[in-house]
Each structure stands twice: as structure tokens, then as C-alpha cells.
Write a protein that binds this ligand. Structure first.
Ligand code: GDP
Ligand code: IMO
Ligand code: MG
Length: 430
């Protein structure tokens, strides 16, 4: 039985939510394994838009199990408020359809403060984080200070762990001239929500082992994208987790060999939110046009996304680093009507040609893209549900992308709507 990992192959917002929702019809279980509520995954089903941050995108389908693994940093208040907001749209979340890992670290209010403080200190060099405490929570996890879901069951231990967490974090806040937090400020509201959070808590690794033995199909839903990976992305302008498919094993406890197919979600052009290098960025009218037609505004922060041409060099790098088996190409419809379309096929830097993005942040910021130009298509691809209905020139664009990134299209998405999806090769059947 093939389990599938869905991963963003660019800088996030490639359409992972839409694709996971579509694929989850064929899956029994959907698992988030890294990131937190910095993610914003949009689903459009029967005219209703769902914006999910922490909840796996399978949550909207009845009879599917959603799991939040230990690799996710969980803000308990954000989780509860998301559960409440989806319930208003008719999605009922109970321990029957949502389980969260007992060993997942929590994002606490102090992490949000430290995140915002750190950004203010960075000044012009700021990362442009979502300000939700993601980085500081991961730092505390690695520093072995984190408060974890299981700690919520023991008020004395919880107090001790928060005290310990604050020794470090208050020192940071005070050094920056910000007021420190006191233990009760964090502990009292946390104890109020603890029973609700604990009702979802379970040893996820054990549950996944059982589901695997039962032959259940498991879909792993990545957040962010490969270029935001803390090791392989455009460091330091990255998020604080590994966004690669391999993280699904660490971030859920499924064990090696638990994933058979890696589906890289790939936008037909490129976007990025926040700071950092972006070789194919268009700061001209074309970039603004893509952003407008593509409705490129951050799901989480509402910030306008930076837009640019498709960067085949970056996506090929993602395919190799992440072991992507096939891609889901999304938002092709946004390029409808462009007279010419460019694809980045290499970089130039101080007379040197690169067929990959080097690790140096300075070189990353200075590389110039080498473009290949193609004629666009005037016909609409929006909402097309069959390959034969696509304009020949659009197919040519897809074929050229496949060639350049050394990977084939498994799915094509032609609108935000669930059903506007063309299946080329079934990832679960591969
Ligand atoms: P994610 O973070 O990867 O899940 O992506 P987001 O949900 O943040 O951003 C993708 C946006 O594009 C959402 O508004 C989707 O509804 C929308 N979308 C996804 N696929 C398509 C597509 O094929 N065409 C169009 N026009 N919009 C799409
Ligand atoms: P989805 O899952 C796009 C970006 C932020 C910032 C950097 C670090 O919707 O694709 P963080 O708050 O994680 O410390 O911010 O990462 N970022 C995303 N960009 N999509 C996302 O998630 C992102 N999650 C974080 O904008 O540049
Ligand atoms: Mg998003």
C-alpha cells in the first residue's frame, strides 16, 4: 500500500491544501508532521472556502481521520479557535476524527512575543516571519525546554516546566527591554484549555503503526515548501522546520519506508511571502498582474505575495533534495492570456553560470536568472477537467517544465475548486 507525502516544492502556498483535500477522498488518514499555524491551506468545496492552519486538510471530509504529529508545534489556543471556526462551517471535530501527538511541543504566548521581538531586533534584515512564535517554539524544543501536550495532564509538572521555559525566554525579553511574563499568566489559561487539548492526545506513532498494519492509506500533508526548509532552503530566510518529505517520518513516528510516493505541489509560476532572495521576482507590472489574477495574498497574514516567473532551477533542486516522485502543477489558469511566458533555466553570478542555487546567502541574493521565452496561450484553461481540453501551447509549457525539472506531472489543478483537477497518474497507485 502506497502512502503519499504532499510537499510544497517552492516557497509555500503552492496549493497543497487543495490537492490534499482532493487526494484525501482516496485516503483514510491525513497527517500533518511539521510547521504550525504559520501554514494557511485553502480548500474550496461547493462554494465554501475553508482556511486551515493546523488542522489537516482531510478534516472537512466525514469519516477521515486527521492526525497532528509530534513534528508540529501546536498553539493550543490557535487549535481550539480553528476547531471553533470550522465548526461554524459545519465541520465537526471530535477525538473520533482528530488525534494529536502526546509528544508534540506547544507554542505558548511567550513564543509569539519572542518571535516579534527577534524580528524587531533584526530590523532591515528581518525574515518576515508570520509572528506566530514558530521559530522560538522550535528553538525551545531543540533546547529541551519545550512544554509538550502530555505535560498538560500534570499541573505541578506543568508549572515547573513553564518556570524553566521562562528563565530563558524572559532573559531574552528583558535584554530587549520588553516586560517579562510570569508563570501564572501562562499557566492559568493553559490549565483551562488543557482538558480539551488532552481529549485529542494519543501516542500517534502507535496509532500510525496500527493503521499501517490495517492497510489504511495515509496521506502526509506538508506545510511551507522546500525553499523554506531550515537546511535546504534560502537560509536564513526560511522557517524553523525541515519541510522535506523525510520529515514525515520524524514528525509522525511512521518509521522509514512508511511513504512510497512524494507529490511535489508546484505552482505554474513562483511566489514568496516575507523577505529573502527570489531570483525570478518581477517587481514590474507583470508581477503585479500575476499577483492580481492569482489573488496572491497570504492566507495567514494577508500580506501580498511577491510574484515571478517559474523557476525551473529551484524546482529541479527541490525534486532532487526531496525525492519528489511526481508533481501536481497548480494555478496554470493564472497564466491564461499572457502573450509570452518566461521560464528560468539557470543563473548567472559574476561571470559564473549555475544550474543550481548555491547555499551562500550573498550569491542567492545576487544571481541573475537566465530565461527561456515561450509564447503563451490565449484560450482559457480555467476549470478544465480533461487534458484534451487544454490549449496546445499550455501543454507545451507543461512538457517543457517536466523536462527542465526532471519530473512528470501527476495532477493538474485548473481552479481553486476541488473538482477542477485533472488526474494524470494516480500517486496512490504508483
Ligand atoms: P497552500 O499553502 O499550499 O495550501 O496554498 P494556499 O492555500 O496558501 O494558496 C493557494 C491559493 O491558490 C488558494 O487560494 C487556493 O484556493 C488557490 N488555488 C489552488 N489551486 C489553484 C488553481 O489551480 N488555480 C487557481 N486559480 N487557484 C488555485
Ligand atoms: P503554507 O503551508 C508561505 C514564511 C514566512 C517567512 C518564513 C518564516 O501555507 O505554504 P515563520 O513564521 O515560519 O517563522 O516564517 O516562512 N512562511 C510561509 N510562506 N507559506 C507558508 O505556509 C509559510 N509558512 C511560513 O512568510 O518568510
Ligand atoms: Mg498557504
Amino acid at each position: 500500500m502506497t502512502n503519499v507525502a504532499v510537499i510544497g516544492s517552492q516557497w509555500g502556498d503552492e496549493g497543497k491544501g487543495k490537492v490534499v483535500d482532493w487526494l484525501s477522498e482516496r485516503a483514510h488518514v491525513v497527517v500533518r508532521f511539521q510547521g504550525g499555524h504559520n501554514a494557511g491551506h485553502t480548500l474550496v468545496i461547493d462554494g465554501v472556502t475553508y482556511k486551515l492552519s493546523l488542522l489537516p486538510s482531510g478534516i472537512v471530509r466525514p469519516n477521515k481521520l486527521s492526525i497532528i504529529g509530534n513534528g508540529v508545534v501546536i498553539d493550543p489556543y490557535a487549535l481550539l479557535s480553528e476547531i471553533e471556526s470550522v465548526s461554524k462551517l459545519g465541520v465537526i471535530v471530535t477525538p473520533e476524527n482528530l488525534r494529536i501527538a502526546e509528544n508534540a511541543p506547544l507554542i505558548l504566548p511567550v513564543h509569539r512575543k519572542v518571535d516579534q521581538m527577534a524580528e524587531a531586533i533584526r530590523g532591515k534584515g528581518k525574515i518576515g516571519t508570520t509572528g506566530r512564535g514558530i521559530g522560538p517554539a522550535y528553538e525551545d524544543k531543540v533546547a529541551r525546554r519545550a512544554v509538550r501536550v502530555c505535560d498538560l495532564a500534570d499541573p505541578d509538572l506543568l508549572r515547573e516546566k513553564i518556570e524553566n521555559l521562562l528563565v530563558y525566554n524572559n532573559a531574552l525579553l528583558q535584554a530587549a527591554g520588553a516586560p517579562p511574563m510570569n508563570v501564572d499568566e501562562i499557566l492559568t489559561p493553559l490549565l483551562e484549555v488543557a482538558p480539551k487539548i488532552l481529549s485529542f492526545s494519543t501516542p500517534v506513532w502507535l496509532l500510525l503503526d496500527k493503521l499501517k498494519r490495517e492497510g489504511k492509506r495515509i496521506l502526509f500533508e506538508g506545510a511551507q515548501g522546500i525553499m523554506l526548509d531550515v537546511d535546504h532552503g534560502t537560509y536564513p530566510y526560511v522557517t524553523s522546520s525541515n519541510t522535506l518529505a523525510g520529515t514525515a517520518t520524524i514528525g509522525s513516528g511512521i518509521g522509514m519506508g512508511g511513504i512510497g510516493y512524494v507529490l511535489g505541489i508546484t505552482k505554474a509560476y513562483t511566489t514568496r511571502v516575507g523577505s529573502g532572495p527570489f531570483p525570478t521576482e518581477l517587481t514590474d507590472a507583470i508581477g503585479a498582474k500575476i499577483g492580481k489574477i492569482g489573488n496572491e495574498f497570504g492566507t495567514v497574514t494577508g500580506r501580498p505575495r511577491r510574484c515571478g516567473w517559474f523557476d525551473a532551477v529551484l524546482v529541479r533542486q527541490a525534486v532532487k533534495i526531496c525525492g519528489i516522485t511526481g508533481i501536481a502543477l497548480t494555478k496554470l489558469d493564472i497564466l491564461d492570456g499572457f502573450e509570452t511566458i518566461k521560464i528560468c533555466v539557470g543563473y548567472k553570478h559574476k561571470g559564473v553560470l549555475y544550474d543550481y542555487l548555491p547555499a551562500s546567502m550573498k550569491i542567492q541574493a545576487e544571481v541573475e536568472p537566465i530565461y527561456e521565452e515561450m509564447s503563451g496561450w490565449s484560450e482559457s484553461t480555467q476549470g478544465k477537467r480533461s487534458w484534451v481540453d487544454l490549449p496546445a501551447q499550455a501543454i507545451k509549457y507543461i512538457r517543457r517544465i517536466e523536462e527542465l525539472i526532471e519530473c512528470q506531472v501527476a495532477l493538474l489543478s485548473t481552479s481553486p475548486k476541488r473538482e477542477d483537477t485533472i488526474l494524470v497518474r494516480d500517486p496512490f497507485a504508483d
